[in-house]
Design a protein around this ligand. Sequence first.
Ligand code: PHE
Ligand code: ZN
Length: 887
Amino acid sequence: MDIVATPNNPEGNPELADAAPTPHEPAIIYRKDYRPFAWLVPETKLDFELGLDSTKVTAILSVEPNPQAEASGRIRLNGDGQAPLSVKVDGEAVNSWSVDGEDLIIPLSAESHEIEIATQIDPSANTQLEGLYASNGMLCTQCEAEGFRRITYFPDRPDVLSIFSVSMRGPADQFPVLLCNGNEVARGTTDDGIGWADWHDPWPKPSYLFALVAGNLVANSGTFTTMNGREVTLNIWVRQEDLSRTDHALESLRKSMKWDEEVFGREYDLDLYNIVAVSDFNMGAMENKGLNVFNTKYVLADEDTATDADYDAIEGVIAHEYFHNWSGNRVTCRDWFQLSLKEGFTVLRDQLFSQDMQGEAVKRIEDVRILRAAQFPEDSGPLAHPIRPDSYREISNFYTATVYNKGAEVIRMIRTMVGEARFRQGTDLYFDRHDGEAATCEDFVKAMEDGAEVDLSQFRLWYSQAGTPKVEASLLHSGDTTLLALKQEVPDTPGQSRKQPMVVPLKVALFDRDTGKHSGEQLLILDEAQKGFNFTGFDKPPILSINRGFSAPVTIQRDVPRDDLVFLAANDDDSFARYEAMQELVVGHLVAAARDSLSDTERTAGEDAIAQAMRAILADEALDDAMRGELMMLPSQTYLLEQVARDGATADPGTIHEQREGLKALLGARLAQPLRDIYERVANVPFNGEGARGALKVKTQVLTYVAASDPETAAELAARQYDQADNMTDRQGALMVLCGLDHPERTHKLLDFYTRYRGNALVIDKWFTLQALSLHPDALEHVKALAEHPDFNLKNPNRVRSLYMAFAGNPYAFHVESGEGYRLIADLILALDPINPQTAARFVPSLGKWRKIEPNRSELMRSELERIREAAKLSRDTYEQVARSLD
Ligand code: PHE
Ligand code: ZN
């Protein structure tokens, strides 16, 4: 039971307490319970007396009754770990306030008032990295979703928009740079060495977009002139020693600003855009108005320390946060159930941007691979939820691949159905109609309907129904007519069964068996449980290419001759479909092998077909290497596990691992010569030369095959690649291959890498990750040793993830039969939970897969979850994920 404390009764009065759930059963919040806040807060003034161990905050809120809400005789302000030092209303100290749970309640007559509250916080003790915290001697904030209430009492909800003015001061030697949202109004230093600054943000915003940074930082600065001639100053703020690694981030920001003007007609709306890199950060980055705070991982890059993939990720995340200025900040969310309104849409925007910057085909394949690795398992497991959830206990748990990546796919489907031009009319209307508002997913869909002139009534099911739809496709041929019969089924998910058919836009093409050509792509809309489509003009049954470009986030099931997949893998003119054919070929084979349902002849036929398709891919001169590298990649073990565990079956991770490695070895041996030839060719492409990126990708791909079939040669090649590397892509790729081999070169190069990059946290993260992910037989022992390494640190999320997230994704070591891998992750969750609950909770899904795994391991996983659930004091974050995983 919660106790209500008042200033006169600090112990609290049990009689006044609402019946509150025990700390073990945090309350469930429902979307249907949304009510507007009783008060408006047109203006907020904040004053900070900054110190690493103690910061005093004074907040002045001007409030007035909200005409859209029921009047109330009190105001409820959210807090978290706060205690008021003083409370004033209209300039008078008041004593009539009370505390309910973590919230502050002040009686207030229904008219305009000014509320002043003073609080004190300790940023150094803030290891959960929400609110105001210390990192490397600097101070910074993270407020999304509910961190602002850890700074001061406030209606900490996204539908309360306020204009913020901020004053701050602190020791000038410690905090020479003082930043906040909006524009700097004035700044100075007093005679006794206190630096101060006043900031004003003209745009009304919810508290989750507030940010403050104080520290010893330097900037890489530039400018951007907007389409209407506004000159914007751009700054990338980092520690002095990191300054030389910021050019790519700055350039990415410029490109993003330009692209959003050209493609979405969006212009930046302040004279200043600041980005600050911090090394302790729970997520990737945060779109605070005019003052983005970034994980260093998504800012810092140079050729010696960052891979091509790192460069691309930085460009993508910089764009993502920039695009939020419109999709998220100018139009924000009414409540957190609408999170996909800003995240799904913004992910789509950053994907389209990266397609334009990096090449459409490869980027699309990468995005689908991420969706399948992260979102599909979520959608078929205990944590499945619609992109617009109906309830939560802890909102931090809903920053998921479903809300983000499936959310992006859903909006992409609208774009596919209406076309680019009408899609733009829809987004224009959306921004125009809701500028300055806190909107809902429904508002977005409605704006799309009105702006793009399309009926999305049934399409809305994508927002409410969870689960990845399964589409069965079959071709029936007679005479010169082919019938494409489609059937869909949306699987049951927690709390949802008996679902309605969705709108599934499928791009298809039918290849003529004789000419090897098709007569044009078509968009079919499957909007019933079953639907047939007729095609005429084929003497023989055509070859079906379906879900081209991955036009819908569904799984396709079909019985298709192997030879047709071999044909498509070599000839499909849609790059994604070509990749998909290769994947389908391999998945079909490995799933059957893992289920032990392959006869010897089938096995041989499958292997022959895969080898033939791979040989064609290696030999195809029309193919660029970046695409070749994609086509060479075997489906991940995670994805294979999902496929084996389809329809309630269970999977044995050990068998899947063996089969996949076996296939790699077989391909490595059978294609030894072409692999060697190609390696020699790509090894001679100079770094930064034409086609270098693709060459680097293919190079490391080749090594993974050689490693499986001929480890001695692979070790030799990888050691040479490592020694000759003049860039991180090459060096990391070589080390990755060595890490999986039981060979003396492994130890040599790991040691070399560590000494070479010691002190560079982001590169040392890679060093941890490569070992934790490796297929080396002793990987588990390596991980245990690394946890004791002096550079390991539970308080830094990047470091924790570099070791343990990688390990939890290690298909072999995590699943060792003894269950020791599961125990390791459960121990980590328990140790991390009191330090950083948000990050701890993100490890739960790895154990939450237990229902898909064979009985012995499954039981071990489940009992680890139970052990966590029994722990004395569990955060809301971890509790919710564990409870849902066991349900
Ligand atoms: N809103 C951030 C983004 O998507 C993610 C984030 C969420 C960061 C919560 C920090 C905390 O860009
Ligand atoms: Zn985002």
